[in-house]
Design a protein around this ligand. Structure first.
Ligand SMILES: [Fe+2]
Ligand SMILES: [Fe+2]
Length: 274
C-alpha cells in the first residue's frame, strides 16, 4: 500500500500570471498551459474511475485500499483546485480551452460500461503523468519561471503524480482487469493524449499570436527533441508500459520523494480528503 499524504500548497494563485511565464518562452508556456487546461476535467475523471473501481472490490479488498484511495482522491482534488485557478488566469489572457469540452464529450462514451475500462484509461494516463513528472523533476530548469508560484506548483504536482502512480494500476489489477485491455487502452490513450496536447498547444500559440514566429519553432524543436528533450527522454519509460510484467513501481520515484522533503516549508499536510 502506498501512504498518500494530501498537501495544501502554500501558494497564492489569486494574482494574475504573465503571458509568457515560463522563462519568457512562448512554446514552453503554451505547452504547459495546454496540459493545465486538461487537468480539472481529466483529474475528475481519474477520481471518479478510482472511486467507482474501489466500490466494485470485495469488502476485504475495499478495506485494504481505502486509505490509499482516499489519499489519491485528495491529491487529485487539490491539483484540480489549483489548476482551475491557474486556468482562470489563462482565460483572462485570451486563451480558449477546447481540450476540456472535447474530453467531456468522449467520456460520455464510457457511460454504463464495465468500470474497468475507465480504470485502464486512468492507469494509462497516470503512466503519462508519472513519466512527465519524473522528466520535469529531472529538468526543473525547463519549467523555471520568474514567478516562483508556478515552478513550485508544477514540481509539487509532479511529485504527487509520481507518488500515487500505482493506485489506478493496482485497482485495475485487483479487479481482474486483463492485459489485452490494459495495452489496448494505453495505445488509444497515447494517440488521444498526444493529439490533444498538440491541438491545444497550437491553439494557445494561435491565440497568443506566436504560432508563426521562428523562435517558437526553434524552442519546440529543442524542447522536444534536443539533448534533454521531452520526447527523447520519455520514449523509453513510455514504452515500458507495454511489457507484460510492467508495474509502475519499477520506475524510479527518488526525485519526487526528494522534492517533497526539500520543500516541506511550501505546503502543509492536511490528511486525506473523504
Ligand atoms: Fe494530478
Ligand atoms: Fe494522478
Amino acid at each position: 500500500m502506498t501512504d498518500l499524504v494530501v498537501r495544501r500548497l502554500l501558494v497564492d494563485m489569486e494574482a494574475p500570471i504573465a503571458r509568457h511565464w515560463c522563462g519568457g518562452d512562448a512554446f514552453r508556456t503554451a505547452l504547459f498551459n495546454a496540459l493545465s487546461m486538461s487537468f480539472p476535467v481529466g483529474e475528475q475523471f481519474f477520481i471518479d474511475s478510482v472511486r467507482n473501481g474501489h466500490k466494485q472490490l470485495p469488502a476485504d479488498k475495499q478495506a485494504q485500499y481505502k486509505d490509499e484511495v482516499q489519499g489519491f482522491i485528495g491529491q487529485e482534488a487539490t491539483h484540480r483546485r489549483l489548476h482551475s485557478l491557474y486556468n482562470a488566469h489563462l482565460e483572462k489572457l485570451g486563451l480558449v480551452n477546447d481540450w476540456a469540452p472535447r474530453a467531456q464529450e468522449r467520456m460520455k462514451l464510457l457511460d454504463g460500461i464495465d468500470p474497468r475500462h475507465a480504470l485502464a484509461i486512468t492507469a494509462a494516463n497516470e503512466h503519462f503523468t508519472a513519466i512527465l513528472a519524473d522528466w520535469m523533476l529531472r529538468n526543473p530548469d525547463r519549467v523555471a519561471s520568474d514567478d516562483e508560484r508556478l515552478t513550485t506548483m508544477w514540481l509539487w504536482h509532479s511529485s504527487e503524480e509520481s507518488e500515487h502512480k500505482t493506485t489506478a494500476f493496482d485497482l485495475y489489477k485487483a479487479l481482474g482487469g486483463n492485459e489485452a485491455w490494459r495495452i489496448t487502452w494505453f495505445r488509444r490513450v497515447t494517440i488521444i493524449f498526444l493529439g490533444d496536447t498538440l491541438r491545444q498547444t497550437v491553439n494557445n500559440l494561435q491565440h497568443d499570436g506566436t504560432l508563426w514566429k521562428w523562435s517558437t519553432w526553434k524552442s519546440a524543436a529543442s524542447f522536444l527533441f534536443g539533448e534533454r528533450g521531452l520526447i527523447r527522454q520519455t520514449y523509453k519509460p513510455w514504452r515500458e508500459y507495454l511489457r507484460a510484467d510492467f508495474h509502475p513501481d519499477q520506475q524510479d520515484s527518488t526525485l519526487s520523494q526528494k522534492w517533497l522533503v526539500d520543500n516541506r516549508d511550501r505546503y502543509t499536510p492536511v490528511g486525506a480528503a473523504a
